[in-house]
Design a protein around this ligand. Structure first.
Ligand SMILES: [Zn+2]
Length: 80
């Protein structure tokens, strides 16, 4: 199907709570070129996972979720 909602696969991703503060995690999309997962309660987040096509987009989201869930988490503001 074409023109599916942008967040169609988000519910398939299983995000664990923040490994540092136990806060809720949120999958973020940055200006249509990458995904990362960020904690809503502290500054920690994963690295940005870039994608270059719609085909790679879901994989990028999955990779961001994977990085989060294995604890590959950074501090500071994404992109800086
Ligand atoms: Zn946190």
């Amino acid at each position: 199907m074409e023109n599916q909602p942008k967040q169609e696969f988000y519910h398939l991703l299983d995000l664990q709570d923040c490994p540092y503060c136990g806060g809720s995690a949120l999958l973020e999309e940055e200006n249509g070129w990458c995904f990362y997962v960020a904690c809503m309660d502290c500054d920690r987040h994963t690295a940005e996972v870039e994608y270059r096509s719609d085909a790679g987009r879901e994989e990028a989201a999955r990779q961001a979720a994977y990085l989060w869930n294995i604890g590959k988490v950074l501090t500071g503001t994404p992109g800086e």
